[in-house]
Design a protein around this ligand. Structure first.
Ligand code: ADP
Ligand code: MG
Length: 588
């Protein structure tokens, strides 16, 4: 129960509702106890008229009175049972809502390293499946728990007062029922977890085969995929069957044990009536009703135990993430304006998970308003530099200064809002194009949006779509080409109008003429802004105030286009190469 203590703060938050729920539960229970004793009384009345202690009209009117009482009590019990669910189950939904929000808020705080270490599916599972399991504890488990407790507390003493020996025999099989249900629930849970796992494998497989359909067709892999699906489905059938087999035991076992209790009541009760220990057959009818009232709660005890165990396991998984501390934290509460000077002092950086040293003793200074280009082969550390500027990671050694202040000492929100980043893998949301651009500035007008789209040279493409700026992107809509995606993503960054631009190879899928056009626009736009351009093309770098050539995380060459071009080395080779096959680089 240690892990579930985490939920106490929520139980405290809703304590009044819960208390109300408890009171209502007890009331509902008390009303439900009226019925069996009045069945007993009714039978006694019938007996009375048969053996002559009551006249027929007397017996009939008593019978009618008792039946009306039974109906009244049943209706009231039903009403309060309804109210009980309304209060307690609702509380569990509130707690589910709060917990989901808390987990999601925490996810948002965690840094990229966390997302590298954990699979997306796992993150989704903990916020949906696991929170759902925990809700079962906060709602149904608490509700049935209270219900069962009040029932036991009222009913068992009552039975012992009315007929002690009979009570003992009747109750005898019930603990076994509890234990059996617990064991079965455990097996059901194990097997249904397997079925869950299988379902998630199956959906991953089918989803991949749908999104990769062009590759499958091009390589003629249909038969192979079919047979893989067949064997996967076969495995699924086996696990589902094994679950169905235990499931099938659940009700028969319950009915068997109720049956045994009923038989005991009739047999023992019958014998006691014959030898005179009990005076009316009514008590036998009353006890049979008690047995039936007890079975479900007794089964519930077993079921609850397994629910609580599951909730415990789920809460443990949730707590693991909630206890995870964000590795990038904000240390400065008051906003710090950013001018845009960036300085790297002997910066080295090693990725935690792969232990790859992406940057090795890198130093450079960028004055506010300067444009600096980073060139180098893939894997040379260019993207890492941009990630470090945005403080998506913290350096392993050395120091990054922004406006001569160590980047860790800046207000994180101020820093991030001063940056307009276009990442290498331009990510766009499944939303309209306009909303994707608006991501850079929430209240942007249509005119502003079109304005930046023009600068990013993507306006004409967008106007070519049927729904223009309202075109939905992604799974539910149109798929943009690589170059179009990059340009929408550039428009989004321009929309933000930041102090620092980070362009990570964002023109790689754009043809050289459009590249020229965008670069000219950007130059006008970013005159007063610090701009870091990563590229593998010399054409993007030519007009930069400074060019840094990287290799294996080390700065190989540094200077202007003219200076580097006059020096033998990587830059000059690249320049000559790209000069000659300028036209082959028309992509996008
Ligand atoms: P570039 O942008 O120049 O292609 P990167 O900065 O992306 O290079 O990568 C530099 C090195 O760091 C590469 O060797 C790459 O494999 C490694 N690397 C990049 N990103 C990660 C990451 N998120 N986790 C682990 N290693 C990474
Ligand atoms: Mg890169």
């Amino acid at each position: 129960m240690k892990e579930l203590q985490y939920l106490n703060k929520y139980l405290k938050k809703y304590w009044l509702k819960l208390l109300l729920g408890v009171i209502i539960t007890i009331i509902a229970r008390v009303f439900s106890l009226v019925m069996p004793s009045y069945v007993n009384k009714s039978i006694k009345a019938v007996e009375g008229s048969v053996n002559g202690t009551l006249s027929v009209p007397e017996a009939e009117s008593l019978l009618l009175e008792y039946i009306l009482i039974i109906i009244g009590a049943a209706l009231l019990s039903a009403l309060f049972t309804f109210l009980m669910r309304q209060t307690i189950i609702n509380v569990s939904r509130y707690i589910e809502y709060d917990l989901k929000n808390e987990v999601f808020d925490h996810y948002q705080l965690l840094s990229l390293n966390f997302y590298k270490k954990n699979r997306i599916g796992d993150l989704m599972n903990r916020i949906s499946e696991d929170v759902g399991q925990v809700r079962m504890y906060a709602g149904p488990a608490i509700m049935y728990g209270i219900q069962t407790l009040t029932l036991f507390a009222c009913l068992i003493p009552l039975m012992f007062i009315k007929a002690p020996t009979l009570a003992a025999y009747t109750l005898l099989p019930l603990p076994f029922l509890s234990i059996l249900i617990y064991q079965i629930s455990k097996i059901i849970h194990q097997r249904s977890t397997k079925v869950q796992e299988f379902l998630s494998n199956l959906s991953t497989f089918t989803q991949e085969s749908f999104s990769g359909v062009s590759v499958i067709k091009a390589y003629g892999l249909e038969p192979k995929m079919n047979s893989e699906l067949k064997s996967l489905a076969h495995e699924g059938k086996e696990t589902s069957m094994s679950l169905a087999k235990v499931n099938a035991w659940f009700f028969p076992l319950m009915i068997l044990l109720i049956g045994i209790s009923n038989i005991l009541v009739i047999y023992i009760g019958g014998k006691q009536y014959i030898n005179g220990t009990i005076t009316s057959v009514g008590i036998i009818a009353e006890f049979i009703l008690y047995v039936n009232m007890l079975t479900w709660p007794v089964a519930v005890v077993g079921w609850l135990t397994s629910i609580v165990q599951r909730a415990e396991a789920s809460q443990k998984r949730i707590n693991e993430f909630l206890n995870e501390q964000p590795s990038i934290t904000n240390t400065e509460q008051k906003p710090t304006p950013v001018e845009g000077k960036i300085e790297f002092k002997n910066v080295s950086f090693t990725y935690e998970d792969t232990e790859i040293t992406a940057l090795n003793n890198v130093s450079f200074t960028i004055e506010p308003g300067q444009t600096v280009a980073f060139l180098g082969k893939t894997g040379s550390g260019k993207s890492t530099i941009l990630d470090l500027v945005a403080r998506l990671y913290d350096v392993s050694s050395g120091e990054i200064l922004i406006d001569d202040v160590p980047v860790q000492k800046l207000n994180l929100d101020s820093l991030r809002s001063a940056i307009g980043a276009v990442p290498q893998d331009a990510f766009l949301f499944s939303d309209t194009i306009a909303n994707n651009i608006r991501f850079g500035k929430e209240n942007a007008t249509q005119e502003e949006i079109e304005n930046v789209a023009k600068k990013a040279a993507v306006h004409n493409n967008i106007m070519g779509f049927n729904k223009k700026y309202d075109t939905i992107l992604g799974e539910r809509g149109i798929t943009l080409s690589g170059g179009q995606k990059q340009r929408v993503s550039i428009a989004r960054a321009l929309m933000k109008d930041p102090t620092i631009y980070l362009f990570d190879d964002c023109l790689s899928a754009v043809d050289t003429e459009t590249e020229e056009e965008i670069l000219t626009n950007l130059q006008k736009e970013s005159k007063a802004k610090t701009t870091l351009i990563v590229s593998h093309r010399v054409s993007s770098a030519k007009n930069a105030d400074k060019i840094l050539v990287l290799e294996d995380g080390i700065v190989l060459q540094e200077g202007t286009h003219d200076k580097l071009n006059a020096t033998e080395g990587y830059y000059k080779e690249l320049y000559l190469d790209q000069l000659t096959d300028k036209h082959s680089s028309k992509v996008g």
